[in-house]
Design a protein around this ligand. Structure first.
Ligand code: NAI
Length: 298
């Protein structure tokens, strides 16, 4: 097989002024993609704005011989999403790839949560992915080609103290991706989601002794593959950190069945309910019904 390349393709990478997004943009550009480097340029908690980071990364790509344009709109509104996609159209005339990566943190134990800690986190991560993807999606469907890569987190998939807001947004992106995958498949518009781990300004105080091995550039090869025309997977969740990549699944075992289920039966049959026997990994919601038929027909 030939190496993965992006001749003529146009990619939008959100939050590409720092950390993971910057690496995604640099690595896509190095393989020939023309890049919209989007970044609002605020702090980790999402306050402030600065045109510098997006411009710096766009300049870095151009000085390495690539093509890039900076954009500083926030992903967190419909107008912002439309402006980001319009930037791609104005500069390059098309959109083939959207990497939804922009993110902020406002961690707080749930009992102390206030609206200013919830709304911006949902708006940047979850709504942001909707607002940037939507106008691009319409173009991708029409042209019969597109790749969407979303960014979840172990905090969403598995839970993390102090991150109800962030975890809900990140698990929301899994649901978003799974539905997109089903809607886009027939038109060769594929959608996958990564749960990365990397040393960035967002995590530099959190990673401890692992930090040195978690360079963000070790995550981007997965994004490059998922964004490419050689990618033939969709609806997948991939955990990626420090050079390791692994599929993560939502799976369902056979479970316990009673025709006349009572609360006491639930209490008394916990072992059968929780047993991981006969796991299936449904590709869609309808396939999940299959486990009911399997157990009823047993
Ligand atoms: P980072 O803080 O270095 O990068 C995030 C970028 O998003 C920043 O450049 C920021 O300016 C930009 N941004 C924030 N709000 C924006 C908005 N409204 N519009 C446009 N841009 C905006 O952090 P990092 O670590 O590179 O994070 C990238 C993504 O990966 C985030 O979605 C994060 O939640 C996710 N992630 C990172 C992990 C890690 O270990 N670094 C772990 C799990 C998930």
């Amino acid at each position: 097989m030939t190496d993965i390349g992006f001749d003529g393709r146009v990619a939008i990478v959100t939050g590409a002024g720092h950390g993971l997004g910057r690496q995604h943009a640099l690595q896509l550009a190095a393989r020939g993609a023309r890049i919209v480097v989007n970044d609002l340029g605020g702090t980790v908690d999402g306050t402030g704005a600065d045109a510098g980071p997006a411009q710096q990364v766009a300049d870095e790509i151009k000085s390495a011989g690539g093509e890039a344009v900076a954009n500083t709109d926030s992903v967190a509104s419909q107008e912002g999403g439309e402006a980001i996609v319009q930037t791609a159209l104005d500069a390059f005339g098309r959109v083939d790839i959207v990497v939804n990566n922009a993110g902020i943190l406002r961690d707080k134990a749930f009992h102390n949560l206030t609206p200013d800690l919830l709304d911006p986190v949902l708006q940047v991560h979850l709504y942001g992915a909707f607002w940037v993807t939507l106008p691009a999606w319409k173009l991708m469907r029409e042209q019969g080609y597109g790749r969407v890569v979303n960014t979840s987190s172990a905090a969403g998939l598995f839970g993390n103290f102090g991150q109800t807001n962030y975890g809900a947004a990140k698990m929301g992106l899994v649901g978003f991706t799974k539905a997109l995958a089903q809607e886009g498949h027939k038109r060769n518009v594929l959608a996958n989601v990564i749960a990365p781990g990397a040393r960035t300004r967002m995590t530099e105080d959190l990673l401890g002794p692992m930090a040195d091995s978690l360079d963000p550039e070790k995550v981007s090869p997965v994004v490059v593959y998922l964004a490419s025309d050689q990618c033939d997977v969709t609806g997948q969740i991939l955990s990626v950190a420090g050079g390791r990549v692994s599929r993560v699944v939502v799976a369902e075992p056979l479970g316990y069945y009673s025709k006349d289920l009572t609360p006491e039966q639930v209490r008394d049959n916990w072992d059968a309910i929780a047993s991981l026997e006969d796991l299936i990994v449904p590709d869609n919601a309808n396939e999940e019904i299959g486990q009911l038929l399997n157990v009823v027909n047993r």
